[in-house]
Design a protein around this ligand. Structure first.
Ligand code: AHG
Ligand code: MN
Ligand code: MN
Ligand code: MN
Length: 335
């Protein structure tokens, strides 16, 4: 059947979220409006990333954020998301990797959501055209007329939604609103994200591990032992394959679809690891759990962590349920 090859019933991301919303009669469409502004930001960044080399968007911006040098695309993406989120009229607090301080939205435009985001993840991969992404997490704030910073410092399990958009060989937005995970692919000719990966479940066990092995000399015992087991498994099982892109979004996306484990452990030089709790660790951990996987910090369930600072870091091990069980056992044995 020719029509079978072609999608004709288009479940756009807006239609999907409106469907979800209709299950909650008390909801007033605020989340749908917020998400449509995030989607707009993702489309803009996607288009900028695609023409980065042509539009002279490659290279450094000349500024430094709290943690590192900023690329032109870091700055541009941040500007677009901040403006889209503020103008949605549905946010009161914004936390971005690129801004040292949280943004408190002016009273006239305040809404009840706090959004934490990494506008452009994997910036070291921009200049060579390798996959990069945007990560976001959304909290509901109790009293949004008087927002305070502690409303942004809630444990990850309090998030009402989380997602990422990957600017890869295609542009894919993966979203969870707390009832499973769904993937949408941008149809550039329509300018719409279409549901292409309904109800994503991560395989219970995987064949891939993903870590920056260049840091191995500084790892702690359990991490070193785990990676050793990946390469030289006990009699009878085969070794895992190694895949590491160096863009968290791309490495996590592959882990979600193919199974396996992604690790950014602590090491002697960075005792809290590298990845940031609010806008990297939490959203990805939320998605992993929603897809049936696990996320562990080396000490506890990642989503139980209560951050004290907005740019706090944490070690993270996330992926297939069984693979994360193994690293948990190694840390438990050491304690
Ligand atoms: P960002 O580009 O947003 O600053 O994040 C970079 C992160 C993340 O994308 C990736 O997982 C990690 O850096 C890679 O770090 P290493 O180069 O140390 O492996
Ligand atoms: Mn950065
Ligand atoms: Mn990042
Ligand atoms: Mn970033």
């Amino acid at each position: 059947h020719a029509a079978d090859a072609l999608r004709t019933d288009l479940m756009t991301i807006t239609r999907y979220v409106l469907n979800e919303q209709s299950k909650h009669p008390e909801s007033r469409g605020d989340f749908t409006i917020l998400l449509s502004h995030i989607v707009l930001g993702c489309k803009f960044v996607c288009s900028s990333v695609n023409k980065a080399g042509l539009a002279k968007l490659i290279g450094l911006a000349g500024e430094t954020n709290v943690q590192a040098k900023q690329k032109k695309l870091d700055v541009l993406s941040n500007d677009v998301f901040v403006k889209a989120l503020v103008s949605s009229g549905r946010t009161c607090i914004l936390v971005s990797e690129e801004d040292e301080e949280a943004t408190f939205v002016e009273p006239a435009l305040r809404g009840r959501y706090c959004v934490v985001f990494d506008p452009l993840d994997g910036s070291s991969n921009i200049d060579c055209g390798v996959s990069i992404g945007t990560i976001f997490g959304i909290y509901m704030v109790k009293d949004f007329t008087e927002p305070t910073l502690d409303q942004a410092l809630q444990p990850g399990k309090n998030m009402v939604a989380a997602g990422y958009c990957m600017y890869g060989s295609s542009c894919t937005l993966v979203l969870s609103t707390g009832s499973g995970v769904n993937g949408f692919t941008l149809d550039p000719s329509l300018g719409e994200f279409i549901l292409t990966h309904p109800d994503i479940k991560i395989p219970k066990k995987g064949k891939i591990y993903s870590v920056n092995e260049g840091n191995a000399k500084n790892w702690d015992g359990p991490t070193a032992k785990y990676v050793e087991n990946c390469k030289f498994p006990k009699e009878g099982s085969s070794p895992k394959s190694l895949r590491y892109i160096g863009s968290m979004v791309a490495d996590v996306h592959r882990t979600l679809l193919y199974g396996g484990i992604f690790l950014y452990p602590a090491d002697k030089k960075s005792p809290s690891g590298k990845l940031r709790v609010l806008y990297e660790v939490f959203p990805m951990s939320f998605l992993m759990e929603q897809a049936g996987g696990q996320a562990f910090t080396g000490k506890e369930r990642a989503l139980d962590l209560v951050p004290k600072k907005i740019h706090e870091r944490s070690p993270i091990f996330l992926g297939s349920y069984d693979d994360v069980e193994e690293i948990k056992a190694l840390y438990a044995a050491e304690a």
